[in-house]
Design a protein around this ligand. Structure first.
Ligand SMILES: [Zn+2]
Length: 387
């Protein structure tokens, strides 16, 4: 940080920045809403941003995913050795990119699976049961890990606020001798987080706010990793202003028809994040849209839910909500459209930049009844009386 001796009214500046950092809630929604919407509309793709977008490479995505979704990792069940291998790989990529480690053990936020494992459901279906693991094997691996790295923001005040970019790196494991490789679900999101981290780390400039890159364990067991993060946040939840979660961005053969150069957002109009993503899509050649049924229905079906419950405007971006090999052993990495995935990731990168570089924050929509409980959680975080 450059010292600036000319900035005499520094207290004023700090006070102003602090007000920007903390402003939130329904009272200012109308005013601030237009501010961040305007910021998204006005956001130019400057040379450094273009460089970062160009850094996102379909070849790199393919390379990462060919490992993450390889048979060696045995479907990345939570907990398992395959999951641990994936965690080590992701951490190695964060390290190579130059992210600062943000876990309790390097890049790892460690949890004890025996403490947090959900109780097995009655009548579990073929792919969610634990029937193939012997009790002794299951208990042998007890540590599970979220993988977390951070790029600090450039503004002396706003760097203490955070934008999360996340995905889950676990999948369903091995059942009846078949490996559920989970390439699209959610290897695609996992490698997108890696590529976005690499792209932002390569930039000569940083956005004002800090970017936190997380891959979660245990999504397939019921959002366990993201809920663990929500309960044990590494960075204060009250200062975490938005979350973009990435799920199933690799397959374009949606069960409802091809989805090329398009991406859906869950809870599209629950908060302003949907609009910011749409603006970023317009500038990068991706139609970001609201699926009439699935947008709202799928809001609770990925890790954004755990963060939204805490009050953070957090959404999931997907290309296909459902695809032919969903939760089958045939979700393999050779079926991914890597060029399309890179384009979608560029739209996400631009949206993340816009949010992280803005002095205003995205808000829950006070006029949308479906967002009401999240807005209440957000207001509670900011110390506002419940209405
Ligand atoms: Zn998933």
């Amino acid at each position: 940080m450059k010292k600036n001796s000319l900035m005499k009214p520094s207290y004023l500046l700090v006070g102003f920045s602090l007000a920007l950092l903390l402003q939130s809630g329904s009272a200012q929604a109308a005013q601030v809403k237009s501010k961040i919407a305007a910021a998204a509309e006005k956001q130019a793709i400057t040379a450094p941003i273009q460089q970062a977008l160009d850094h996102i490479s379909s070849e790199a995505l393919r390379g990462h995913l060919s490992f993450i979704a390889s048979d060696l990792l045995e479907g990345r069940n939570t907990p398992s050795r395959g999951l641990d291998l994936a965690a080590e790989y992701i951490a190695a990529q964060f390290r190579a990119a130059g992210l600062e480690a943000a876990g309790d053990d390097g890049y790892f936020q460690t949890a004890d699976w025996t403490q947090i494992a959900p109780k097995p459901r009655r009548a579990a279906n073929a792919v969610s049961g634990e029937s193939t693991a012997k009790p002794s094997e299951a208990q042998a691996v007890q540590k599970v890990r979220n993988v977390i790295g951070i790029l600090r923001g450039s503004d002396p005040i706003l760097k203490d606020s955070y934008v999360l970019i996340s995905a889950h790196y676990d999948h369903l494991g091995v059942h009846e001798g078949k490996i559920y490789t989970g390439a699209n679900d959610d290897g695609s999101g996992t490698v997108s987080v890696i590529e976005l981290a690499r792209a932002f780390a390569s930039m000569s400039v940083r956005p004002k706010r800090s970017l936190v890159f997380i891959t979660f364990f245990g999504e397939e067991k019921g959002l366990v990793g993201s809920r663990y993060y929500g309960a044990h946040p590494v960075f204060p939840i009250a200062k975490t202003i938005a979350g973009i979660n990435i799920e199933q961005v690799g397959r374009t053969d949606d069960s409802e028809g091809p989805q090329v150069a398009s991406a859906g957002v869950t809870g599209f109009d629950f908060s302003e994040v949907g609009k910011i993503l749409r603006e970023a899509g317009l500038k990068t050649g991706i139609k970001v849209w609201k699926h009439p049924q699935n947008s709202d229905r799928f809001f609770g079906q990925s890790d954004n839910q755990a963060l939204a419950d805490q009050g953070i405007p957090a959404h999931t971006v997907s290309v296909a909500y459902l695809f032919p090999d969903y939760h089958s052993p045939n979700d393999t990495w050779d079926k991914i459209d890597y060029d399309n995935m890179a384009k979608v990731d560029r739209a996400i990168a631009l949206a993340a930049w816009t949010i992280a570089d803005s002095t205003s924050v995205p808000h829950w929509d006070a006029n949308n009844p479906k967002a009401e409980k999240y807005l209440k959680a957000w207001d509670a975080l900011q110390g506002k009386p419940k209405q």
